[in-house]
Design a binder for this molecule. Sequence first.
Ligand code: ATP
Ligand code: MG
Length: 463
Amino acid sequence: MSNKRLLLLDHDVEWTAIASEALIKDSYEVFSVDTFDGALLILKARSFDILIVDINMGDTNPEALLEELFSSADGAKLIVCTPKSSLSQATRLGRLGVLDYLDRTNHATALAELRERLKKALLEGDLAPFASPSVKGIEEKSPVDGKNFHGLVSRNWRMHSIFELIQTISTTSVNVIIEGETGTGKELIAHAIHARSGRRGQPFVTLDCSTLAHELLESELFGHEKGSFTGASERRIGRFERADGGTLFLDEVSNISIIVQAKLLRVLETHTFERVGGQRPIVVDVRIVTASNRRLDQCVADKIFRDDLYHRLNVVQILIPPLRQRLEDIPLLADYFVHRLALEHGKKVRGITTAAVRLLTAYHWPGNVRELENVLLQAVILAQTTMLDVTNLPARIWNPHAPLQQQTSTRLTEQLREPEKEILLSTLKQVDGNITQAADLLQISRTTLYAKLKKHGISPDQI
Ligand SMILES: Nc1ncnc2c1ncn2[C@@H]1O[C@H](COP(=O)(O)OP(=O)(O)OP(=O)(O)O)[C@@H](O)[C@H]1O
Ligand SMILES: [Mg+2]
């Protein structure tokens, strides 16, 4: 049927044995390897049409793994075939050149699906060569409508200039501050900065600074020596040491106490610190990316954040627009999430109706992309049909949100106030101030008329 060449990369040798036997019978030329390094070696020697890979390969970071495979296997397409537990992680990594994601928890089912998928790829001519994303610009690295940048989907120009900025600074290690409302994608952006940079094979370490009391935060950042304080029964390696050579992402950085801010500044200036209770200076090479959903310049003005630290951290600043300021992203994100979530949760939902997307676009999204993702998650999980429709969306999406409603109605009431007063006065004049006749003419009850007269300060006796 075919003489296409396939490479199976998986540490589950039982699976590679079953799959290669069946695929060879289907006339594919099949190679299999059980280590990532082995795959890179074989890719140097031969070209392949399709790589069938498990992203869960021991120590290798899945994103780095895909990047490397793409750049080594110029022209090959990918099918990610991985246990259910790592499927959702796989789908987050972006989809350029990935033909499909298959759950290989059950070998027999996975094999049947894989054969189907390969047949389809051949029929649909999916096997035409493509260029490696790692050497191409942003547009090529996109699963949806050509616009996926390290798992970030957008067709908004402000978001695109952020992607371009990340590309521009990819050869440097400058510190970056990311600001944006909750759920706008700060963590994804931080990750993209790391993944695009020369540090990508090195650790990406995260610390949420919003919840930790200052002693704990200090020990999390710098580590501590055994016995340095009550409860420090073991030596602990801090995030700075763990991030050496890579990127440290400090989330909600505005919450760091002034004391820890001083220590942080010192590391930024000298690349050196000591563990809590330790004497020995430790030298590190760490890039710092910080995020905050409060404006840090405002925190500086309010004197809760050190000016000098702010300037050290803020070499490049990225401000992510809220979702309500990029409505064109809503249909794109809705489509992306529905497909991804259906796949992750094994639901047969295939899409979302135009009417439902219209309703989503009319909502104000205070929780931004995370809220949209959660709304669609709930909809996908509860869906009984293959297309999500307006009835699958929660009530708050249906109801215009309260503040806007109030504003509109206030505005409308205000606009009607003067005309209403004029109508009342002229009707009363017509009937010489007779309340019963005026109410009849206006087709309202006498009680309502009295209330309206009171509201406008009109006394029938004056007429
Ligand atoms: N442009 C995007 N494309 C696809 N998914 C996105 C995008 N932006 C955000 N998301 C998803 O929305 C969720 C929230 O994103 P993230 O955690 O990066 O936001 P955040 O700004 O760090 O939020 P918070 O301020 O609450 O920490 C995540 O599940 C993320 O994958
Ligand atoms: Mg976050």
